[in-house]
Ligand binder design. Sequence first.
Ligand SMILES: Cc1ncc(COP(=O)(O)O)c(C=O)c1O
Length: 438
Amino acid sequence: MPYQGPKSHEFFERAKKVLPYGVNSNFRYHDDYNTPVVADAQDQYVFDFDGRKYIDYRLGFGPIILGHTDPFVNGRVKAAIDHGISFASTQELEVRVAERIIDMAPGVEMVRLTNTGSECTMHALRLARGYTGRDLVVKFEGSYHGAHDYTLWSTAGGNPEKVGNRQRPTAYKMSWGIPEVMRDLIQVLPFNDVEILGDFLQEKGDQVATIIMEPILGNGNAIMPRPGFLEFVREQCDQYGILLIFDEVKTGFRIAAGGARETFGVIPDISTYAKALGNGYPIAAIGGKREIMMNIAPGKVFQGGTYTGNTVSTAAADAVLEYMQTGQVFPKIEKVGRMIMDGYHEILTRHNVPHVINGVPAMFGYALMTDEPMYDWRDLHKADWDMYEEITRYMIEHGVLPEADGLEPYFLCSDHTEENAATTLQVFEDGLKHVLGK
Ligand SMILES: Cc1ncc(COP(=O)(O)O)c(C=O)c1O
């Protein structure tokens, strides 16, 4: 059975007439019958056009950390917009958001705001290149850093047959229209491999401007960094004068109040934030050391945008961060997320299905039919993703909505309850039994 009921499908047909493939982001298209559409949302739930209600674990691909339509955040936005929304001048909300980020994210000394994750990684890469005077960027296979040409290479959907050997992978171009000459500016390496990274840097470390990385592979089933890997990257960056960028668009203000900096205790030179920072309102930030950030300056590194620091987004982020600073968000997410992660492990073990669980309670993934620990994007191809999708399809039909593509993790928000977790586990086990023919 397709996910779309008759009314949802009719709506999607209408959307396809005016939007290529009926969506405003390629990531959202699944197929003509199983692309999720939404008519309404409330707290931890979304509703489709047939009136079906789903426990939402997609959460807009991660930003919704406090639940949809959060009254505290929406109330602040509503109050703020009556005082004007766009000024091309600094307003207090921007400063408040920057002050809160600096309070919450260890080692961040200064901030610039942007609107989207792609925008902030684009600017962060320019800053790193401008600061070091070097052009080469290192990224890891399977990580996604936004829609720009700089790093749209070898992201999670790349073709495993066209990426060359692990030792020195070939960068795989993820879109038509990316100039071939840009290949010379990017080096792709496997995540979590200190030997390969160390060898590469020994040869070319003095040409590398930055290593940009998702500290957890948030676009690859939430594969975790191996113990010591982040520390090794930090140490290598120091040795070769390379700037380390943690792309925390997914992990920031999600895995902890201070993101990966707090969770792993490793401090990069620059972090990029978006998603959970605004609970769905479009806002992003670049945060880093004063000495580096002060190079964003007239005549030096350019950063700008008409809508950066607008009232709608900054009022939302100010409210999100203020609420997080009360300490109420993360223990709740941790508890419910942990219940689901542990529950999946227990159910899969009981049914003798080999599996791996990746990630942390706020964003986690699982993979089936392999029990070898996963360390990089190539390891993901050992799993059975058809089986994953079949289970997920069953779950969606029964009111639980994770992303059908297993590369995208489950996301939790502080509105999810233990009752939601219990329902999810029940539906997951039913789906598993259905697929196993039990
Ligand atoms: C780690 C990471 N960086 C950057 C981006 C790009 O963010 P945006 O979609 O807001 O441009 C994403 C989006 O999913 C992401 O996951």
